[in-house]
Design a protein around this ligand. Structure first.
Ligand SMILES: [Zn+2]
Length: 178
């Protein structure tokens, strides 16, 4: 937990870092170095050298932050590319289906019958389609006097196509058949 907080703080620092700081520090070190020969005493020269070392240390720190920022950008670009690719794939799938009311109050996404259709007719679960952007086919699992029952094996949703209940008789009584 503490590590996560630390990491997010480091990330914040890296993202807030302005590369101009690094160049300004490097220029300061350069200016001090240039002026050293004009200094008269060893004390002044020593002070200048230690100032240069101090500035170089901050330049090194800034360079590390810049590297961190660069790698964060690369990760972010990678994540965005993945999201775009997922979005494009889903848009393609989405375009192959139409929302359809198969019986009063029972909605599914039905596979469009077009020239490009390569799959057999089927219905997709509306919950998985809308909420999870997932293609999950309704499977028929039983029928009774209410109609045909279908189930989505991804989210567990069940629907009953009650548009033509008479067509589906009640399950057979012992010894009977239908
Ligand atoms: Zn589902």
């Amino acid at each position: 937990m503490r590590l996560n907080v630390l990491k997010s703080k480091e990330k914040e620092n890296a993202m807030a870092f302005d590369p101009a700081t690094l160049f300004a520090s490097a220029k300061t070190a350069y200016d001090i170095a240039k002026g050293i020969s004009a200094l008269n005493t060893d004390v002044e020269r020593n002070q200048a050298v230690s100032k240069i070392l101090e500035v170089l240390l901050s330049v090194q720190n800034d360079a590390l932050l810049m590297k961190e920022k660069h790698s964060l950008f690369l990760t972010e670009i990678d994540n965005l590319k993945k999201k775009i690719s997922e979005f494009e794939k889903w848009s393609e799938i989405e375009s192959q289906y139409d929302l359809k009311e198969i019986a009063a109050g029972v909605f599914v996404y039905a596979y469009k019958k077009t020239d490009k259709a390569i799959e057999p007719s089927h219905w997709l679960c509306a919950k998985c389609f809308n909420t999870d952007k997932k293609k999950s086919i309704f499977q028929r699992f039983s029928h009774n006097s209410h109609g045909v029952h279908y189930k989505c094996h991804t989210c567990g949703s069940e629907i009953v196509d009650h548009s033509n209940p008479k067509h589906y008789p009640t399950p057979p009584s012992p010894g009977g058949f239908f």
